[in-house]
Design a protein around this ligand. Structure first.
Ligand code: ZN
Length: 596
């Protein structure tokens, strides 16, 4: 349990938080200054759990400053005891952290095992190994505190640190930095200083570079783009690139439990590692597990567009124009990297409307393999839904589609000739003729139908299969008049004047009102937060949570239920974290209703 530390925001396993020290708040991720720790004793207290005062740590008494406990090595019996017999501490200090540098795998193991062994609401301090090069990656993994020990030591060794690595001072001809040390003197003046002064100046520069990196990482976590920053940062070192690749391939579950379901920023997929992101894998699996295509005769596969949502792009406007007369019989599926396949109804969700990729026409083998596997899995599961498949694709898109079709023995009608652009007049005419030939009569897609299928698909995608149908009510019964207002994609669903749900394009989410949530209450079990006997106002804090669905992630739309109230809101931490935490905001309340 923690008293002086609180996690504020989460971006994957990374967090920002605040540590209260002598009536001040310091932000995490934090770089501690080694000299201040030793000078100002009493600010932070660090205990070694093997010392005779170990019992003190199991009681809440005499705890008036941030308290840290040294996390013993994994082989020590007390390592796993930390969670079983909670210690009252605000942070844990990873022992023998320098062992992490033995191999990328050790680096991964030490941090992930430590983070898994301690409660989610305490901070983790990895001492003495931070550099400007590895700091962002450590924060990405869930480390909250580092220090400048290594930066100072390197200074004493005549080593000049930079964000992209280190260099010996005597190898430099000028100082490639604008910090207050490097702008105050020339490199020759620095080289001519006596060794003690030179070491101190270098240490100061090294610490400033590290501190700047910590500030940058904090800004990225707040903006929700630390992953992109880490992909860029690890490039300078094979060791750190290996760490990221091991995390992506071996620690999927660790990151899945911690990654938000939506963000209000664009996801940049610029590297090979972007294909392995939790957001990408989660999207692909939800399309397969939770999405049910509308009953239409023709499956039309289209290429993606730079502008999102796709249907607002010039190319998609033309595709839609070409098939307009028959759109009521066509289901549109967009082929794209790195998301694989995006059904038209899901084009506004996160991350389908929130990603950007470099477009060159060249697809590397791994990208082809991943996108092919998504298309293959989709067709294997949903092909029974359609009578016929049409592909309006060119270049690599078309090659991927052809290979998958051959694998599965599916016949596909192609409407673009080799080397023909998908928006060329000829290709668009061919598309139009082809769908006309396949359909006996014209059937347009009404605006209402389009909006209904979008809300239905988004509800299923977010809450699980069946949620959409239940939210909209059985159309067959036809007793109820639903209304959908708003401009694409900000649709608002209402019944008899009561709003049920809204699409929030800024996050790519569907939000529910209490009335909407009531309609699908029985299907929402995975997204329920049970709270104690109180009526929340603006937010629900972690100690008020009795239980919460395992599947809940940051920014998920949740329902909360207590003895007195029923309401809807947005999750600010994962469900498991709500249960395990003693501090922090669990749910931001949107609407609450008292139970009579
Ligand atoms: Zn400098």
């Amino acid at each position: 349990m923690t008293k002086f530390y609180e996690v504020r925001r989460r971006d994957g396993a990374a967090r920002t938080g605040k540590l209260s020290v002598e009536e001040n708040y310091i932000q995490t991720p934090l770089m501690l200054r080694v000299d201040t720790i030793s000078k100002k004793k009493g600010e932070l207290e660090v205990f070694n759990v093997e010392n005779p005062n170990f019992d003190d740590l199991s009681s809440e008494e005499a705890w008036d400053a941030p308290r840290g406990v040294v996390l013993l090595p994994e082989v020590h019996p007390l390592f796993t005891k930390v969670k079983e017999a909670p210690m009252f501490a605000d942070f844990f200090v990873l022992s023998f952290a320098s062992n992490m540098l033995n191999s990328p795998r050790d680096f991964v193991r030490r941090v992930i095992d430590a983070r898994n062994a301690i409660p989610p609401d305490v901070a983790l301090w990895v001492p003495a190994i931070a550099t400007a090069e590895n700091a962002a990656l450590m924060f990405y993994m869930g480390v909250d505190i580092i220090d400048d020990t290594n930066a100072v030591l390197k200074g004493c060794q005549g080593i000049y640190l930079m964000e992209e690595g280190e260099v010996r001072l005597n190898e430099l001809d000028e100082l490639p930095c604008n910090c207050r040390v490097c702008t105050s003197l020339s490199i020759n003046a620095l080289k001519q200083k006596n060794s003690k002064e030179r070491a101190s100046l270098l240490a100061k520069h090294n610490t400033l570079v590290l501190d700047k990196e910590v500030k940058k990482a904090r800004a990225c976590i707040r903006a929700g783009n630390l992953r992109e920053y880490v992909e860029m940062r690890v490039r300078s070192s094979p060791f750190l690139t290996a760490v990221l690749r091991i995390l992506d391939s071996e620690e999927e579950a660790y990151f899945e439990r911690r990654t938000p379901v939506a963000r209000n920023c664009i996801m940049m997929a610029n590297t090979m590692e972007s294909l392995k992101r939790t957001e990408v894998k989660r999207f692909a699996s939800r399309v397969l597990e939770r999405y049910e295509p509308p009953a239409r005769k023709i499956l039309l596969i289209l290429p993606c567009s730079a502008r999102k949502p796709y249907s607002t792009s010039p190319s998609h406007t033309r595709f839609i124009d070409a098939i307009a007369g028959y759109r009521g019989q066509i289901h549109e599926l967009i082929l794209t990297s790195p998301l694989g396949v995006v059904p038209r109804e899901l084009e506004a969700v996160y991350p389908a409307a929130f990603y950007n990729i470099p477009v060159t026409g060249y697809w590397d083998a791994e990208e082809r393999e991943w996108v092919s596997s998504c298309l293959r899995a989709y067709l294997e599961r949903k092909m029974k839904n359609y009578d016929v498949v049409v592909a309006h694709l060119s270049g690599a898109y078309s090659e991927i589609c052809a290979l998958v079709a051959e694998d599965l023995g599916i016949e596909i009608a192609y409407t673009c000739e080799a080397n023909e652009g998908t928006t060329s007049k000829e290709a668009l005419n061919r598309l139009k003729e082809r769908v006309a030939g396949l359909c006996d009569d014209k059937r347009r897609l009404s605006g209402f139908e389009m909006k209904m299928s979008m809300i239905k698909a988004m509800a299923d995608f977010q809450f699980g299969p069946g949620a959409g149908r239940q939210l909209l009510g059985e159309e067959e019964e036809g007793g109820e008049r639903l209304k959908i207002n708003g401009k694409f994609p900000s649709f608002k669903l209402s019944s008899k004047g009561d709003v049920l749900a809204r699409i929030v394009p800024e996050y790519g989410l569907l939000t529910l009102t209490v009335k909407g949530a009531r309609r699908i209450e029985d299907l929402l079990s995975s997204y329920v937060v049970e709270i104690g006997d109180f009526a929340p106002k603006g937010s629900i804090l972690a100690p008020g949570v009795v239980n919460a669905g395992e599947q809940i992630r940051v920014n998920d739309e949740v329902v909360f239920r207590g003895e007195k109230v029923f309401g809807v809101g947005r999750a600010k931490m994962s469900g498991w974290e709500m249960v395990e935490s003693q501090k922090g905001m669990a749910v931001q309340v949107r609407e609450v209703e008292e139970i009579e």
